[in-house]
Design a protein around this ligand. Structure first.
Ligand code: HEC
Length: 480
């Protein structure tokens, strides 16, 4: 009986599909690939779903998309795809792949209606994707090759390369392209004062003591960022914050690669980033073994600004409250089994008028959600970004279509939650507490913001981080 039922249903479906195909506009509700679905794929999917990009299948043409119709419906309804979708109620972002409900409905209807091709004349012109790069770099630098082992872990690697620019240079984009995206956990570029005798092209790392599960042994002090020791250039020492160029380097990284993320286009905001002469380029590269050995060659591309900007975009990373941010093992500890641990807030009060252009999220495998809120000087509270389903594989940077004006005295609070319970399929061992660290099974709690500042303003003076009393910071009393 059952199999007849299925056969009948499929026959019916088939006939509807066949009918639709012969005349896609026979009814106003027939959904076709070319007319209805392709525009959505171009805007929200092809950036990853095309040859050479991260996704395993291409949605450029009907033939390769058609077999995925049912899976597409399921993925968009569950909001698994596109990855990194935000709560649509807050913020308007460029290159935000989040689908509107109407777009989800269209994909679902298309799949249900037999994934009809329709008339190619209805198709929008194909998008001219740039092979290999998302920006259009003027200068490309290659990092030395790195052999990623099949198993185990690789500590965060630091390598210094000569600054490709001999004089002060404004750039509008810094794009990092891993040779083998599957092994790249993240990569960052920053610039630091040149030190004579610096060893270029050599990998350095902190030798962290770990147990057999890869968990950092607590007795060992947390390793810091490393740089070259001033007394012996052949060795590495902890990097003092002062060795990093202060202009925008609070975040440490002006160019940053995370899976799925696109490079920042500073030009969109009529800003650029200054790479000062007499600096070295410091790369921070973190690879993750994928079960087979591979050699990665990472490339860094720079788009040089056409003209000097009036204003600068400064990327800053925010730190949770506590003595040492997410490295504070007392305050920043996700208890074993906790399905919804609330991390200490990331608080900021702005000391001058500024503009917010960019917000970004960074957590690891236990990351669950993150929310950005502003409290204006009159006490009015506004949510400006909400990511209710954080996915470690998709660490997006969200660029506001229109910058947000932030008056002096405004407060920013970022809240995040973590899941260290068996509900989280990424949690490797929910029986153990989780602390901050560089590896995916350790945690980070690092929202980033991009502020637009007049040239010459020291980004460090723009706001005060985690000021005053945590308990009263967010009380709705007008601040002065
Ligand atoms: C930022 C990159 C990115 C974007 C944008 C993106 N995808 Fe994907 N998609 C991936 C990757 C990578 C995979 C394979 C790994 C995975 O399943 O997470 C994937 C897998 C899928 C799968 C297979 C899922 C499964 O259950 O096997 C479907 C279906 C899919 N995507 C549909 C879409 C649709 C539809 C869109 C646009 C509305 C979209 N994706 C946008 C990166 C992306």
């Amino acid at each position: 009986m059952r199999s007849i039922g299925i056969a009948l249903c499929c026959l019916l479906l088939f006939s509807v599909a066949a009918f639709g195909q012969s005349d896609p506009r026979a009814t106003g509700t027939t959904v076709t690939f070319y007319r209805d679905v392709l525009p959505i794929l171009q805007a929200k999917c092809q950036s990853c779903h095309r040859p050479g990009e991260v996704a395993p299948m291409s949605f450029l043409v009907y033939q390769t998309t058609r077999p995925w119709a049912k899976a597409m419906k399921a993925a968009v309804i569950e909001r698994k795809m596109p990855p990194g979708s935000l709560d649509p109620r807050y913020g308007h972002f460029i290159e935000n792949f989040s689908l509107l409900q109407s777009e989800i409905d269209t994909i679902a209807k298309w799949a249900d209606g037999g994934a009809i091709e329709g008339d190619a004349k209805d198709a929008p012109p194909p998008v001219q994707w740039v092979e290999g790069w998302r920006s259009n770099p003027d200068v490309v630098i290659e990092a030395p090759p790195f052999d990623v082992p099949a198993k185990g872990w690789v500590e965060n690697m630091i390598v210094v390369l000569p600054n490709p620019f001999k004089k002060d240079t404004w750039v509008t984009s810094i794009e990092i392209r891993p040779g083998v995206p599957a092994v790249m956990h993240h990569a960052g570029v920053r610039f630091a004062r040149h030190i004579d005798g610096v060893k270029y092209g050599q990998f350095f790392w902190s030798d962290i003591k770990r147990d057999e599960a890869g968990v950092h042994i607590a007795e060992q002090p947390r390793p810091q960022r490393v740089t070259f020791c001033s007394d012996d250039r052949g060795k590495v020492c902890p990097a003092p914050e002062t060795d990093v160029i202060p202009d925008g380097a609070g975040a440490g990284f002006e160019g940053f690669y995370r899976p799925g993320g696109a490079p920042l286009d500073y030009a969109y905001y009529k800003t650029a980033y200054l790479i000062p002469a007499n600096t070295d380029m410091v790369l921070s590269l973190h690879w993750t073994p994928i079960g087979k050995p591979v050699t990665d060659v990472t490339k860094i591309g720079f788009v040089v600004a056409k003209q000097e900007p009036q204003r600068q975009l400064s990327m800053r990373s925010l730190k949770p409250r506590g003595n040492d941010g997410w490295s504070d093992r007392e305050r920043w500890r996700i208890p074993a089994g906790d399905p919804n641990w609330e991390a200490p807030p990331k608080d900021v009060i702005f000391n001058m008028d500024t503009e917010l252009a960019v917000m970004s999220l960074h957590m690891h495998e236990h990351g669950k959600d993150m929310k950005y809120m502003l409290m204006y000087p009159d006490g009015k509270v506004e949510t400006i970004l909400n990511q209710p389903h954080y996915d470690f594989n998709w660490q997006m940077t969200y660029n506001l279509v229109k910058t947000l004006k932030i008056p002096k005295g405004t407060k920013l609070r970022v809240m995040s939650h973590f899941d260290n319970s068996p509900n989280n399929k990424f949690a490797r061992d929910p029986r153990r507490d989780v602390f901050g660290g560089e590896q995916s099974w350790e945690e980070m709690d690092a929202p980033w913001i991009g502020l637009i500042l007049d040239r010459g303003v020291d980004p460090r003076n723009v706001y005060t981080e985690n000021p005053g009393d945590e308990a009263t910071f967010w009380s709705q009393k007008p601040s002065n």
